[in-house]
Design a protein around this ligand. Sequence first.
Ligand code: SAM
Length: 264
Amino acid sequence: MNDDAGLKTCCAGAYESDFARLLLGDSFHPGGLALTERLGERLGFGPNDHVLDVASGRGESAIFLARRFGCRVTGIDFGSANITEARSRAEAAGVANLVRFALGDAEQLDFPVAGFDAVLCECAFCTFPEKPAAAREFARVLRPGGRLGLSDLTRSGTLPPRLTGLLAWIACIGDARPAGEYVAYFEQAGFLSTSVEIHDDALAQMVRDIQGRLLAAELMVKLEKLNLPGVDFEEAKATATSAAAAVRSGLLGYSLITAQKPCG
Ligand SMILES: C[S@@+](CC[C@H](N)C(=O)[O-])C[C@H]1O[C@@H](n2cnc3c(N)ncnc32)[C@H](O)[C@@H]1O
């Protein structure tokens, strides 16, 4: 396995863990479904759209979009346990006719040219080792005039050492880029009309929530009411404290980015 494949496997594995569910719930991005709805509104989703949700996690956003906008959604994720869970959640939510999930890699999408009306990617682009390849894949699978909606962590300076390790990478921090760099990837892949909407407050709230849940989880483990083998609470709390400081100082933020594939 090369380094990139190892990173993707590690990232997917982390988001399939009980620890991730405990810290994040089912929606793995700042702002939760409110920001997913915001993206859907900005992209004008409706019943005629077929949306590709790249790195769909447990399927929370895909299921929500189908219910809220009536669109068809295909979700892909690198983690097989995520895909299995997303499928059963779609069944339970009664939207299996609109939503389906498949194992896949954002950098090598297993779909034909121009098969989708829109591509969505929430809090995952920053973890892809080959970002230009993923941006080119988004453009390839979109029909002419199709829309792209991304939400992601942004970084506006050099990160402290604590936020450059593997844990920080998996937490979407380690390889976060300035919003302008994401825009440049999409423009180089052929997208037009890019726009950026800042939602740093959503990230600040998420970090506060994670800090609270970390303390609660640590207490439960100490009381032997919870078993989380291999979790280094000191390391996780120190990373969260460092992330909170970076958000407060404006070094880390969260943005929605939208763009369009040219019509012809
Ligand atoms: C922070 S979670 C976001 C999940 C989901 N978009 C959400 O907002 O709830 C990041 C997701 O990216 C997935 N992932 C990481 N690398 C990937 C890749 N190369 N291709 C597809 N999915 C990937 C992980 O398995 C994980 O589910």
